[in-house]
Write a protein that binds this ligand. Structure first.
Ligand code: GLU
Length: 472
């Protein structure tokens, strides 16, 4: 029977969505969409001590902003398996643990934290890895300890083998896996337990997740086997490294937050396009993909084994490419909130002209205000000293050129082409190099040495404003 493809992204609401998790979500989402399957967003919130206030809301809103929609999620339960929030599924874990207790696969352990600590220290002393086993467990409530955890007994001779889609064949021996806790003393499930129960209940076909979970997988598979459930496929994806440090991108790194990219005005499609290629290699030259393209060709079999690096310069490039795929009208509509404060209030038709001049060099929206503020506000006029230094002209030349320019400005119709003609002629007449002269004009008109095309800029600013700036 062909199973429906169902994937899930299962974050714990313990912090903000960062680039690594976003890529995990993306791969799951793409694989579901590619196969007309379903994508589930599941909140793994059973570690109540680690919850961060509103982290769940922020996760949802970031995913939504980026266009990763879910078929079932915190706000969209499923009629068969119910809620997608683990803290609302506690009875389901209770039922499952009863079954395992009945089968004698799970057992109660009354060992107190102090005794556990002692066992650990003992192992350390003997230079042995610490593995909890049933014979170490206190089976009845002690005087000081009435509470218990429920553990899963791992047989020493267990031999688990599976085929990871990315990592290939894996095999683990029971003698290396301790009896792990499934239910904590407060009755809440651990990650390992709830994760498996839900992957089964939610009929997950592919578990696509970070490879830091690879060593947990034997525990998960053992549960699947004990409960006689068929295993999902596991797809463990390699980490994303920081291009600066070469270390794994850290959740604590503020710049690595997805929200940071959204706030900087990267386009969702550019972010997703760039992230899709961190760890996935479609083996064709093309790099720029629309979301629809990605859905058509994404394949988990092409996920790479080796880590990749997050490079913000590459992301800028991808974003620039995607900006230029947009129609100019869409760009103009989207630009509204990115202009400087004064720019926001300016006329739409004026902003249209400004945007036409700068959009080719725009890498991300957050640059727009800085790039264009002089169109909306007269810049501070540069000092004589700066003019001399930057233009390499002398005092006399500055004076003559300013005077001559004023005349030329007044007689020009201020079209870009007429300005170009007249001002080149002027440089010739004054026997100065056009590049020095235009640096002078650029400095006077825009307050900077690097700006969009000089004649087009002056045309947009208009005659009166340009004259005023030249005079200043
Ligand atoms: N809750 C886990 C996390 O935060 C999910 C791991 C998994 O996908 O199994 O990453």
């Amino acid at each position: 029977m062909n199973q429906k493809i169902r994937t899930r992204f299962a974050p714990s609401p313990t912090g903000d969505l960062h680039i690594g998790s976003l890529r995990t979500a993306l791969f799951n989402w793409l694989w579901a969409r590619r196969n007309q399957g379903e994508f589930i967003l599941r909140l793994e919130d059973t570690d109540q001590n680690r919850l961060v206030m509103d982290a769940d809301k922020r996760l949802l809103s970031d995913l939504k902003d980026l266009g990763l929609d879910w078929d079932f999620g915190p706000n969209k339960p499923n009629s068969e398996f119910g809620s997608c929030i683990q803290s609302q599924r506690l009875d389901i874990y209770q039922t499952a643990i009863k079954r395992l207790l009945d089968q004698d696969i799970a057992y109660k352990d009354y060992t107190s934290p102090e005794d556990l600590q002692e066992l650990r220290q003992q192992a350390q002393k003997n230079k042995e890895p610490f593995l909890f086993r049933r014979n170490m467990a206190q089976e009845a409530p002690g005087k000081n300890n009435q509470s218990y955890v429920i553990r899963i007994a791992i047989p020493d001779n267990l031999d688990l083998t599976w085929q990871d889609v990315v990592k290939g064949q894996q095999s683990w021996q029971g003698k290396n896996i301790g009896d792990f806790i499934a239910l904590k003393s407060d009755g809440w499930p651990t990650y390992h337990f709830a994760n498996v129960i839900d992957d089964y209940e939610m009929r997950i076909s592919h578990v696509i997740r970070a490879d830091e979970w690879l060593s947990s997988t034997p525990k998960h598979l053992y549960l699947f086997d004990c409960l006689n459930w068929s295993r999902p496929q596991y797809v463990h994806i390699p980490p994303i490294l920081s291009s600066n440090s070469g270390q794994k991108l850290s959740k604590r790194d503020q710049d690595a937050r997805a929200k940071n990219l959204i706030d900087k005005g990267y386009l969702p499609e550019a972010i997703l396009n760039y992230l899709s290629l961190l760890g996935w290699n479609p083996k064709i030259e093309q790099e720029i993909y629309t979301i629809d393209n990605l859905i058509k060709i994404f394949d988990i079999k092409q996920i790479q084994v080796s880590p990749s690096r997050f490079d913000s310069i590459r992301l800028d490039w991808f974003n620039g490419q995607h900006l230029r795929l947009m129609s100019f009208t869409d760009l103009l509509n989207q630009s509204q909130k990115w202009w400087s404060e004064i720019g926001q209030k300016a006329d739409r038709s004026y902003k249209k002209q400004v945007l036409e001049l700068v959009y080719q060099r725009l890498k991300k929206w957050s640059e727009l205000a800085e790039l264009t503020d002089f169109f909306f506000q007269r810049p501070k006029s540069p000092s004589q000293e700066i003019l001399l230094k930057k233009t390499k002209l002398d005092n006399q030349q500055l004076e003559d050129l300013t005077k001559a320019s004023m005349k030329a400005f007044k007689t020009s119709d201020f079209s870009a082409s007429d300005l170009e003609l007249k001002l080149y002629q002027l440089a010739l007449d004054q026997k100065v190099s056009p590049s020095k002269y235009f640096t002078l004009l650029r400095l006077k008109v825009t307050g900077r040495t690097i700006a969009p095309g000089l004649f087009e800029t002056m045309h947009v600013l208009g005659k009166n404003e340009s004259i005023a700036r030249l005079q200043a």
